[in-house]
Design a protein around this ligand. Structure first.
Ligand code: GTR
Length: 397
C-alpha cells in the first residue's frame, strides 16, 4: 500500500542540497517518533579499566568506563572492545546490545495507554497483539556477555576481529533500563528535565540508547588503533531500530547493520502487517516521544514513514535484514522500506534496491544499501553476521 507515502526526495531535492533535506528528515523523525536529541552540552571521557589478551583469538581485549557529563551530573557505561593485533588502524563495528548480562525484568506495558488503544482496536489486532505480547513478556530473557570473545552467534566478536575489524559493544540498558516505569534513569536522567512531564517531542528510550551509541563512537573515534572513518553500528530488533536512528543522525558513522528491525525500524508503517504503530506504542510507549502514540490507527496522516529513517543514512552504508518467519516485523514491509529509501542513494549516484524481494539466502549488496532475507524467525545468527561482514568488506568499511 503506497498511497500517501511522503517522498524522501521532493521535486526540489538535488544532490547538492541533500544535506538540508536530510536535516528535514531528521527533524520529522525527532518531532514525531524518537524525540529530540541534545546537540551539545555534554562531554564524553573514557578510562581504560583493563587490557588483556583475548582467549579465543589473536586479539587484545580492552574494557573502558565511558562517562558522559552534562550540567545535571554524570553517568557511566561500560564499553567492551576486541582489537585485532595489527599495526594499522582498523575499522570497527559497534554492537548496541539489547541483551543484558544478567536477567532483567521484561518491560511492562503502560496499562492506561494499552486500554485506550485496545478499545479502539479491531478484534483481530487485539487477539494477535495479546498473543505476541504474552510470548514476549513471559519468555526467557536472552543474555549476552559482551566481555567474552568465545563463539557467541548473536555477537561473534572473535569472528569480527578475525576479519580485521575492532568489535565494540555496550549494554543499552546501562544508558536507560528498558522499562517505562523507570524512565528517566542513568544517562536518560541527564538528558531530561527533572520531574517535568515528558514533552510531546521529549526524548524516549530508543533516543537515549542512540545517543549513548554516539558517545561510544566518540570514544572509538579517539582510539589510536581505530580508523575513525570506518565505524559501523549494529543492532537486532529494538537494537536495530536504535542503530538506524543513531546512524541517521550521526554522520561520523560509516554504516549501519539493522537486523530484523521491523516496526519503527526499517519497515514502512503504511500497509504494515504484524506489529503496528498502535501495538508498539501500547507496549513500549517509553521507547518513543509521546507524540508518536497519537498516530496509532492514523498511519495515513503521518508526515513521515520509516523509509525516511533509512534515507537519512544516505549516501553512507545501510544494510537491512528480514527473517522469513518474522511476521511480527513483516519482511515485505522491511523490503519496501529499503526500496523506497533507495531514492536517496540513487540521487547521490549510488545503486539502490527495487523490484521484488530476493529469495531467502540470496543477499543483495550494492555500494550503498544491502538486504537479505534469512530462512527463519526473529533472530540474529552466524549467517546474518557473515553477510554483514561481506557487505562491509565489499565497501571497504
Ligand atoms: C518486541 C517488539 C519489536 C522488537 C522486539 C525485540 O517486543 O514488539 O518491535 O523490537 O521486541 O526487540 O526483540
Amino acid at each position: 500500500m503506497k498511497e500517501h507515502l511522503p517522498a524522501v526526495c521532493t521535486p526540489a531535492t538535488t544532490a547538492e542540497n541533500w544535506p538540508q533535506r536530510r536535516e528535514q528528515l531528521i527533524e520529522l523523525l525527532e518531532q514525531n517518533v524518537f524525540g529530540r536529541t541534545p546537540r551539545g552540552g555534554f562531554e564524553t571521557r573514557a578510562e581504560l579499566l583493563e587490557r588483556t589478551a583475548a582467549t579465543a583469538c589473536d586479539a587484545v581485549r580492552e574494557r573502558y568506563r565511558v562517562t558522559v557529563r552534562t550540567q545535571r551530573g554524570e553517568a557511566s557505561l561500560h564499553l567492551a572492545l576486541l582489537l585485532p593485533r595489527t599495526a594499522q588502524r582498523v575499522p570497527a563495528v559497534l554492537m548496541i546490545s539489547n541483551h543484558d548480562k544478567a536477567p532483567a525484568p521484561a518491560p511492562k506495558p503502560d496499562e492506561a495507554m494499552l486500554a485506550r488503544l485496545m478499545a479502539e482496536a479491531p478484534k483481530a489486532w487485539r487477539a494477535e497483539t495479546q498473543r505476541m505480547m504474552a510470548g514476549m513478556h513471559g519468555g526467557t530473557p536472552q543474555l549476552l556477555d559482551i566481555d567474552r570473545d568465545e563463539a557467541q552467534e548473536y555477537w561473534p566478536a572473535a569472528k569480527i576481529a578475525a576479519s580485521g575489524r575492532a568489535a565494540a559493544a555496550f549494554y543499552a540498558s546501562e544508558a536507560q533500563p528498558d522499562d517505562q516505569t523507570r524512565f528517566p534513569e542513568a544517562l536518560a536522567a541527564l538528558l531530561t528535565e527533572p520531574g517535568a512531564p515528558r514533552a510531546a517531542n521529549g526524548i524516549g528510550t530508543l533516543g537515549v540508547w542512540a545517543f549513548a551509541a554516539s558517545r561510544m563512537v566518540d570514544v572509538l573515534c579517539g582510539h589510536e588503533r581505530i580508523d575513525a572513518g570506518r565505524i559501523s553500528v549494529a543492532g537486532h530488533s529494538r537494537g536495530g531500530k536504535t542503530a538506524l536512528w543513531c546512524a541517521a543522525q550521526d554522520t561520523r558513522i560509516r554504516g549501519v547493520l539493522a537486523n530484523n528491525s521491523g516496526c519503527t525500524g526499517a519497515a514502512l508503517s503504511r500497509g504494515k502487517r504484524g506489529e503496528n504503530v498502535a501495538s508498539i506504542n501500547a507496549f513500549f510507549p517509553h521507547w518513543f516521544c509521546p507524540r508518536y502514540g497519537q498516530y496509532a490507527w492514523r498511519e495515513a496522516e503521518m508526515p513521515f514513514d520509516q523509509h525516511m529513517l533509512l534515507a537519512a543514512v544516505a549516501p553512507r552504508l545501510c544494510y537491512v535484514t528480514s527473517g522469513t518467519q518474522d511476521a511480527w516485523s513483516d519482511p515485505d514491509a522491511e523490503w519496501r522500506g529499503i526500496c523506497e529509501a533507495s531514492a536517496a542513494w540513487r540521487l547521490l549516484g549510488r545503486q539502490g534496491l527495487a523490484g521484488d524481494a530476493p529469495r531467502a539466502g540470496e543477499p543483495l549488496r550494492t555500494d550503498g544499501v544491502g538486504y537479505h532475507r534469512r530462512e527463519g524467525g526473529h533472530d540474529l545468527t552466524a549467517w546474518d553476521w557473515a553477510q554483514f561482514l561481506a557487505f562491509l568488506e565489499q565497501n571497504n568499511a
